[in-house]
Structure formats: C-alpha cells, structure tokens
Write a protein of this length. Sequence first.
Length: 117
Amino acid sequence: MLKKHDTIPPLTTDTVRWSKLIISSAESAGLKMMDDSTRRFALKMDTIAKRIAMFEYSDTTLKSYFNYRLKGKDTLLLNGLWKNKDSLLITMKKYDLKKFPLVSRGFNWINETPYNK
C-alpha cells in the first residue's frame, strides 16, 4: 500500500493500514485493518467509468474516490484519494472462496467436538 508515494509497512499494530477489503454487495463493504479492527462503508460503483466512491455510514459527506483496474483474474488495483486528503495506491489479491472453513469442510448442525480446538 502506498500513501503519498511512501510505502506503508505491514505492522500489525497499525490502525490505518488496510489488511482486507470485503465487498459484501454492490452497495456495502467492510475494511479489516492491520490491528484486526473493522469498519463498514457504503459503496457507489460506476462500472463504466471504473470508479468507486466509499463513505462511512456515520459521515456521508467525507467520501473517498478510487479508480479501479482488474489485472488478470485475481488482482485489483485501486488508485485514488482517501477521505479527500491521502492519495493511495493499493494492490489486492482475490481470496480463494474455497479456502473458507465453511466451504471447505461443510456445515454441520451438531458437532460433538469443536473444530477450532
């Protein structure tokens, strides 16, 4: 992740750096930060202009605008302004949905021993 032309190191204590972008629908997304905190955002997508507007539900006036580009089948590049002040260049890799435990091991209603032990 680049912020104002400087690379932000992936520190697990960082409350600003993104760890994951979870797009749950065309209108909403979640950000998981490096410190494992989460934030919810509303999205407005323009697929013709390849532009995304993001804003927090609590403050709809402070929007972030990103141009996006797909690179191959599993890489998304975002370039834009975060909250109208920080220029960001973000490269993200698509997570393989088959790696989620619910998909890979199936759903069980009753389990005598916990899976996460």
